[in-house]
Design a protein around this ligand. Structure first.
Ligand SMILES: *Cc1c(COP(=O)(O)O)cnc(C)c1O
Length: 367
């Protein structure tokens, strides 16, 4: 098999979960494992997060929740947005916890119910993506409370800028608190309030309420460099390959598609069997690099679909030498933040991009 894979350190995930759980207690930790655990592998990540102290899970899609249930995971699983109405029966059957913000969906759940279905209502306090408007929450909550097939178990919101704008985040917290207080005044008891993502959980103690929904931090990454400074987090993902061929080329030769640039001097050029179809963006061609022999090495030409070429200069390199595309090698590291900077994106997108063609290898108990 091609020697290219994504290595995921489940001990790091469990330790990150434990560090975050300790920081936010007595609030509980809901581990967000949508999008295949941000590319790390949803099922192993969910199990590691639970080992570390998470007491529930969250996913974006019904299919993602079903995958976890099929794997035998029994923890509560929250759906982060409403699916199409036709999915209501599936949600009930697989005991997923639906988020509700439109009365049509509440009605669909009620019709599919075979006993009281616990639901969480989402209120839009400023993200403006999904959620009920604050002024509509009371009517929705009353409708749910009046329906014996439904049980109002949670009320939640989501932050738009918790990693960068305290003023707006505090404004969102205040609106959320206002909606919760208004419900309490009308006698509607909501057992669980939650609002915080990673940045909210680590940097806004007042936003922790009863539970925090943490994704990025679990994987050892921070939404901004200073988020949660006091909490130790270790990146869980490494992307690793091995040199598949070495060519001695002369100054002026132009490796790879497009013959984009001449080698500045005679060099060993190492080929690495990983490319843009695996998630190494072609946009890294000019500025990208990998680690070989504990040092950063620049690409010698275009990243191709399945392979890339690396300028090793005068240094020794042999077929089989380890190549680190993302992560630590010796004293050197390439972080998801480094990539995000080069690609004008965020570390979230970087880790999500390593595709299914790269097998996942899991480290557990140091092995
Ligand atoms: C993805 C997501 C989270 C987790 O956000 P992080 O910044 O990764 O911690 C929390 N809540 C909702 C609604 C989400 O969509």
């Amino acid at each position: 098999m091609r020697p290219s894979w994504v290595e995921v350190d489940l001990d790091a995930i469990a330790q990150n979960a434990a560090a975050i759980a300790a920081e936010v207690a007595p609030a509980t930790l809901c581990a967000v494992v949508k999008a295949d655990g941000y590319g790390h592998g949803d099922i192993p990540v969910a199990e590691a997060a639970i080992r570390g102290g998470a007491t529930s899970l969250a996913v974006a899609l019904v299919e993602e929740g079903v995958r976890l249930r099929d794997a035998g995971i029994e923890a509560p699983i929250l759906l982060l947005s409403e699916p199409p109405l036709g999915d209501a029966a599936r949600i009930v059957e697989r005991r997923l916890i639906p988020t509700v913000y439109r009365w049509e969906f509440a009605a669909a759940l009620s019709a599919a119910a075979d006993g009281p279905v616990a639901v969480h209502v989402k209120v839009d306090t400023g993200m403006h993506r999904v959620g009920a408007d604050p002024e509509d929450v009371r009517a929705l909550a009353e409708m749910i409370s009046a329906d014996s097939n439904l049980e109002l178990d949670g009320l939640w919101t989501h932050f738009a800028v918790a990693e960068e704008d305290p003023e707006f985040t505090k404004h969102q917290i205040a609106i959320f608190q206002g909606v919760a207080d208004d419900l309490a005044d009308t006698g509607v008891v909501v057992p669980m309030l939650h609002a915080a993502n990673t940045a909210g959980a680590l940097d806004y103690p007042e936003a922790r309420f009863d539970m925090v929904r943490v994704g990025l931090g679990l994987y050892g990454l921070r939404p901004a460099p200073d988020t949660g400074r006091g909490v130790a987090l270790r990146p869980a993902m490494r992307v690793v390959s091995a040199v598949s061929m070495v060519k001695r080329l002369s100054a002026g030769e132009r490796p790879s598609y497009g013959r984009r640039r001449p080698l500045p001097s005679d060099a060993a050029v190492a080929t690495v069997p990983v490319g843009y179809a695996d998630g190494v963006s072609r946009r890294l061609t000019d500025e990208g690099h990998v680690l070989i022999g504990g040092r950063r090495r620049h690409f010698a030409g275009s990243v191709t679909m399945d392979q890339l070429v690396v300028d090793m200069g005068d240094d020794d390199v042999a077929v089989g030498d380890e190549v680190v595309v993302l992560g630590v090698q010796g004293n050197a590291a390439i972080t998801a933040d480094d990539w995000a900077e080069l690609l004008s994106t965020i570390n979230y997108e970087v880790v999500c991009h390593f595709g299914p063609r790269l097998p996942r290898r899991y480290i557990r108990g140091g092995r």
